[in-house]
Design a protein around this ligand. Structure first.
Ligand code: ANZ
Ligand code: ZN
Length: 843
């Protein structure tokens, strides 16, 4: 389809307004310390912190960014127009793997690469006219920023919340380097294909588990977060109440504990399973015929990812250790197995298996011919498991459970747990799924961990006044031979802060999720030199009133940000419990039904679209195509439609501005227009006013509810309605209508509307507001159509002014020719009148 001839030239108009906004400082956040008079419009100078998740600068911006940031921009501009004091910052999450990989693959300098990408992204964002306060831009790879990562780390270390422990990492023996999980491709190294091993390394952890109860409880305060995000967080934290039961080994004084949420099934535990990493396993198999095979099995499991081990539908593997344990409640001897589906990190790393009432155990038991016993009777009463196709996980009565038989299992759960506790076999406990946060990366492009290792003093934190520990530049990055920093002599060799003797620096860097765990605080006072942020500024701006980003960050990023917020509060820097009041997770952008991505080769480049239709059209399209939380399918012809809509708005406003000039001239020449003409105008005008005020109401409410797509349809309807109405109305009424349309459209298509606003003779920019208000009194329709029934049957419809007098209405009805046939000759015995809706005549 050919592009319609252009009425307005976005090529001139868009850069022009971007320049004007910049010159006027339209989007500069008013600093928290500036008192505002207040009392101006709805916002009255109240603060509004709008934040979109900042991007990783990997090159040019893509449609996902355009969507996320357009949604944010609508809300920021809308609140600004309403008189809020808006903080709408942008920055770059600039540390991370892509820069390092570019260095490894192509020898590019990560610093230069990153800065180049930031430049490109910035240009892209500016082309879209987003209302950022660019003076507050933050890049996490600058020492000004990451020194505070180091400072926060030191504070955590001081409080015992940063600690070192051994952890297995993916290790490529040929490249001599650790690999992230994503870099392990089919159990091999992504670069050379060598089989990846697990290697035990000393790593740094942050003790997020210390905050687990609060992180869980405070989810209930986040009433404006999407339910599914809350559920994901809740599951990730994973609080589980259960019972720890002690089993004795047969022929040994050793014991081990299992963790179960189903103590009611203990009489049905027919075998036990240890995680392959469980320390007891080695002892159990020592010298047994199974020893060799079990060790081979353990080696194999250690190369599997955790997700694979627990994934549903994947066959669970295991092996008998040759040992037996004793079920404390009935003295039964049960075989001890090891299996991949039991994780060492969870609970006690050991489970009692109840194949009749746990599906995983059921499949495993069938596979390995292990015994089963039903202890909760299913609804059909079949307590012989032979014919069972699956485990029965529902409720029922206890059977084969000694003195507890006949009891509903819900009661059995409590009674059996209590009884076992009294006997000293068990204790009730709470387990958490959440683990401490492993932050060490054997990587270059990140924040150096500020720690020094001294032969005499051990692990010594860098002194606060020695921060930042600067990440050295222009170093060789090969991707092989361990941590890149370990090879930089000038970096590694230092003096111990305590004894001044030669010592070595930590050469690992921090996981980049640290960077994004507090950037929203830095935006409150980006120039702060003494602390990560100025508490007064944070007290004023925080919490973020509206946070917008991808669902892919529903767990880790949000959880880490909540953790940091709580920690910084405990340090006394914040008075805040939760960082983000409201959260909106936008959907993916698709092309031909698939997620738009470089690897799929289905990317639509925003710059190309902007070159063809302008930024305003792209912005409106992206909001119109789908509600923000839904997936959005890219559609070439739909953007054409938006383009035409914008042009029609342009034409209408342009015609009006020419006409109104002409009218002014005529007005000064002759002043009379007949009384008939005036009544006609009045009716048209009332209708136009009603449409305008209804649109203001609708668009305002829709924006509040993030229903941007319907807000835009409302604007389309309004424009169509004006097409007919404008010419018959007074210039004042026409102007009110045209200006309302422009104002309402402004957050969506800011450049074009500013241009039109100027064309209509305004000196103030639209960006400065105010947001139009509606007059509720004008909203009701002036006429209604009333259904007329005779003896309960619909016989006619008449259109009359709203709230017409009853007597007047009756005489109008009696004069209706369509009703003659039904009421002629009869007298109306009774009138039933439902005002403005129905009239029933009984004859
Ligand atoms: C016996 C049993 C019988 C279980 C039954 C369930 C149903 P949540 O709710 O997630 O806490 N489990 C315990 N530790 C485990 C580990 N390290 N790896 C894998 N599975 C483990 O789940 C607790 C249940 O998960 C526990 O209750 C245990 O199986 C298993 F009819 O014990 B149950
Ligand atoms: Zn020392």
């Amino acid at each position: 389809m050919p592009i319609p001839t252009m009425s307005y030239s976005f090529n001139e108009c868009e850069p022009k307004w971007q320049r004007r906004w910049k010159e006027a400082g339209s989007f500069k956040a008013v600093p928290h310390s500036t008192p505002l008079p207040g009392g101006e419009g709805k916002g009255e100078g109240k603060k509004y912190y709008l934040l979109e998740m900042f991007p990783y600068p990997s090159g040019r911006i893509h449609m996902g960014h355009v969507r996320n940031y357009t949604i944010g921009d609508i809300l920021a501009r809308y609140r600004l127009a309403q008189g809020f004091r808006v903080l709408h910052p942008m920055g770059f999450d600039a540390f991370g793997q892509p820069a390092e990989n570019a260095a490894i693959k192509r020898g590019v300098d990560p610093v230069a690469w990153t800065l180049d990408c930031i430049g490109q992204m910035q240009a892209g964002l500016k082309r879209l006219g987003f209302s950022y306060d660019w003076d507050r831009e933050v890049s996490t790879c600058s020492a000004d920023y990451y020194r505070w990562n180091q400072w926060i780390f030191l504070k955590m270390f001081e409080k015992g919340l940063a600690y070192r422990a051994g952890a297995p990492v993916n290790w490529c023996p040929s490249c001599q380097t650790t690999l992230a999980n994503e870099e392990v491709v089919q159990e091999g190294c992504w670069r050379c294909g060598t089989a990846v091993e697990k290697k035990e390394l000393e790593q740094w952890y942050l003790k997020i588990t210390a905050y687990a109860p609060e992180l869980l409880d405070d989810l209930s305060k986040l009433i404006h977060w999407p339910d599914r995000v809350l559920t994901m967080q809740r599951n990730w934290i994973g609080r589980s109440e259960g019972t720890q039961i002690r089993f004795m080994l047969q022929d040994s004084a050793k014991t081990f504990d299992v963790f179960t949420t189903r103590p009611d099934t203990i009489f049905g535990a027919t075998y036990v399973v240890l995680a392959p990493e469980h320390p007891l396993v080695s002892e159990l198999i020592q010298g047994k015929p199974q020893e060799k095979q079990v060790r081979v099995f353990i080696g194999k499991v250690s190369r599997q990812s955790k997700q694979d081990r627990v994934a549903e539908g994947v066959k669970k593997e295991g092996i008998f250790t040759g040992a037996f344990a004793v079920n404390p409640v009935n003295g039964e001897s049960v075989p001890v197995w090891v299996a991949d589906y039991v994780l060492f990190e969870y609970g006690t790393g050991a489970v009692m298996a109840v194949p009749t009432h746990d599906q995983r155990d059921f499949l495993f038991a069938r596979e390995h011919n292990l015994p089963m016993r039903v202890v909760i009777s299913p609804p059909d009463g079949k307590t012989d498991p032979d014919g069972w196709k699956e485990a029965y996980e529902g409720e029922g009565k206890q059977v084969n459970s000694g003195q507890f038989d006949g009891m509903p299992n819900a009661e059995g759960k409590k009674k059996i747990a209590l009884w076992m506790e009294e006997k000293g076999w068990a204790k009730r406990t709470v387990q958490w799924r959440l683990r401490d946060w492993l932050i060490s990366r054997q990587r270059y492009w990140g924040t150096p961990i500020p720690v020094i290792y001294c032969g005499a003093c051990g692990v010594v934190p860098v002194l606060e006044d020695q921060l930042p520990v600067i990440l050295p530049e222009k170093i060789e990055i090969t991707g092989t031979g361990g941590s890149p920093l370990a090879k930089v002599k000038e970096f590694v060799e230092t003096a111990c802060p305590k004894c001044r003797k030669p010592a070595r620096r930590e050469t690992d860097t921090m996981a980049t999720f640290i960077d994004s765990s507090w950037y929203f605080l830095r935006f409150c006072s980006p120039g702060e030199q003494k602390l990560p942020f100025d508490s007064a500024a944070a007290d004023f701006w925080m919490p973020v009133d509206q946070y917008i980003g991808g669902i892919e960050h529903a767990i880790l990023h949000l959880l880490y940000s909540r953790f940091f917020t709580k920690f910084l509060r405990d340090l006394g820097l914040l008075k805040l419990e939760e960082p983000f009041s409201r959260l909106l997770t936008q959907g993916m952008v698709l092309k031909d039904g698939e997620v738009m991505s470089k690897s799929k080769g289905n990317v639509v480049d925003p710059d190309g679209v902007i070159a063809k239709y302008g930024a305003d059209a792209l912005r409106v399209f992206i909001l119109f195509a789908a509600p923000p939380e839904d997936q959005l399918e890219w559609n070439d012809s739909a953007i054409e439609g938006i383009w035409r809509f914008l042009n029609r708005v342009w034409d209408l406003a342009e015609r009006f501005s020419v006409q109104s000039l002409k009218f002014k001239e005529e007005e000064s020449e002759s002043k009379d227009s007949g009384p008939e003409h005036e009544t006609l105008n009045l009716k048209l005008e009332t209708e136009l006013k009603r449409k305008v005020h209804a649109a203001i109401k609708r668009v305002t409410e829709d924006i509040e509810l993030f229903k941007f797509n319907t807000a835009i349809s409302g604007l389309m309807e309004l424009r169509n309605g004006m097409e007919k109405g404008l010419s018959g109305c007074s210039p004042a009424a026409a102007r009110e209508a045209v200006e309302a349309l422009i104002r309402l459209l402004n957050p969506f298509a800011p450049h074009m509307t500013e241009e039109l606003w100027e064309m209509l003779g305004h000196k103030e920019m639209l960006a400065a507001g105010p947001w139009p208000a509606y007059d509720a009194g004008l909203l009701t329709e002036s006429e209604v159509t009333i259904v007329v029934q005779v003896n309960g049957k619909v016989r006619s419809r008449i259109t009359v002014p709203v709230n017409m007098e009853k007597e007047q209405l009756k005489s109008l009805i009696l004069a209706d020719p369509a009703l003659k046939k039904w009421i002629d000759g009869n007298t109306a015995k009774e009138w039933v009148i439902v005002p403005n809706r129905v009239v029933n005549i009984v004859v």
